[in-house]
Design a protein around this ligand. Structure first.
Ligand code: SAH
Ligand code: SF4
Length: 367
């Protein structure tokens, strides 16, 4: 993997400033209307500004050429367009772009823009929290611990900043960056609605991934949005799952599976079962067979994720990635009950694009 590093283009941008003014990118039409009203401006200004931000991807108020100079100055002294500072950007040889964004309070989160050969449009992976409280034993974000929830605007502006920076349209959004979305369900749901209604991303192109937070799954079911819900199952047996996904002790597998089945039934959407392959921990053939049985009656696809090597805070690599043969054998057995099983395509492994990895290096001053 090291020789690939030569193809990385790291860009460290101007030192981001901690923001004090409100940012408009990330706001809904109603929120922008409230903002222009506050400034004593007529309502149609909201429509103009909204269109500059979401249709034309304006970077600042000076781009808004049909607004008078006076008005632009007034806006500049009351708000900013974007909210996120770009702390660091890496472009990998497969064109994956990894962003480290600075939030208004100075904290850092990460987002990733990926191109997949089997999909015509680009996929962005967004964060929903700074850090994560769930503490899965193989996950770099888990090692960070929980810092805070993101607001819906902070989530939406990740997508908008990516579009403004890359000049490319995001077609798919996955909530698979830092954080557990369903421990921040209100803001995540608000951000999903804004992505659909304001940014213009199709609901069917949005996936929320959860480690299995039952009340959050139920809340999302009540919302009945036609988005995809992915469950990070990772082990079909309680003993293994309790060890690697500690929240299993609070929300046992059968309760989570029941909630997922309800979600699939209510929304009519096929759910995704994610399963990380850790050598000698989750890749046993018996577990593949157990997995096939567990999801037999669930309307789902299975996505196998070969472990992306991460070191824990003590510098220890707790797990290994199974061999290709072992991955293939697992896939064959897991598909026994008729489910489609795919092995996740790697993206940006040369730039640590997997969950929390770049952030950790950044924090340690190694980027
Ligand atoms: N908290 C949510 C979403 C963010 S993590 C969740 O857990 O579902 C997105 C996915 O990446 C999850 O399936 C997670 O288990 C997986 N993941 C985290 N660290 C990983 C690693 N080192 N290798 C492979 N997959 C990993
Ligand atoms: Fe949190 Fe998801 Fe990482 Fe688990 S895998 S620690 S739930 S971000």
């Amino acid at each position: 993997m090291n020789d690939e590093n030569e193809n990385i283009t790291p860009v460290t941008l101007d030192k981001p400033k901690v923001a004090t003014l409100p940012a408009l990118s990330g706001m809904s039409m109603e929120e922008i209307e409230a903002f222009v009203k506050e400034l004593g401006l007529p309502k149609f200004r909201a429509k103009q500004i909204h269109s500059w931000i979401y249709t034309k991807w304006a970077k600042d108020f000076d781009d808004m050429t049909d607004l008078s100079q006076d008005l632009r100055e007034k806006l500049k002294s009351s708000a900013t367009v974007g909210m996120l500072g770009l702390a660091h950007l890496q472009v990998s040889r497969d064109d994956t772009r990894k962003y480290l964004f600075q939030l208004p309070d100075g904290k850092i989160v990460e987002s990733v823009l990926m191109a997949f050969q089997d999909r015509p449009s680009l996929t962005a992976c967004v964060s929903s929290q700074v850090g994560c409280a769930v503490g899965c034993t193989f996950c770099a974000t888990g090692y960070l611990g929980f810092k805070r929830n993101l607001t819906s605007n902070e989530i939406v502006d990740q997508i908008m900043t990516i579009q403004r920076e890359s000049g490319r349209r995001v077609g798919n959004v996955v909530y698979m960056g830092q954080g557990e979305p369903l421990l921040n369900t209100d803001e995540v749901v608000a951000s999903v609605k804004k992505l659909i209604n304001t940014v213009g991303i199709g609901a069917r192109h949005i996936t929320v991934s959860t480690s299995g937070i039952v009340p959050g799954i139920k809340q999302l079911t009540r919302e009945n949005l036609p988005i995809t819900l992915a469950l990070s199952l990772h082990a079909p047996d309680t003993e293994t799952r309790e060890e690697i996904v500690p929240i299993t002790k609070r929300y046992p597998i059968h309760e989570v599976m029941e909630a997922m089945a309800d979600y699939a039934e209510t929304t009519g959407r096929r759910v995704t079962i994610e399963y990380v392959l850790l050598k000698d921990v989750t890749d046993h053939p018996e577990q593949a067979a157990q997995l096939a049985e567990l999801v037999r009656d669930l309307h789902c696809n299975i996505n196998l994720i070969p472990f992306n090597p991460t070191m824990n805070p003590n510098g220890v690599m707790l797990y290994d990635r199974p061999t290709r043969e072992s991955q293939e054998r697992f896939k064959q057995i897991a598909s026994r009950t008729g489910k489609t099983v795919t092995v996740r395509l790697e993206r940006g492994t040369d730039i640590d694009a997997a969950c929390g990895q770049l952030h950790n290096k950044y924090a340690a001053g190694k980027t």
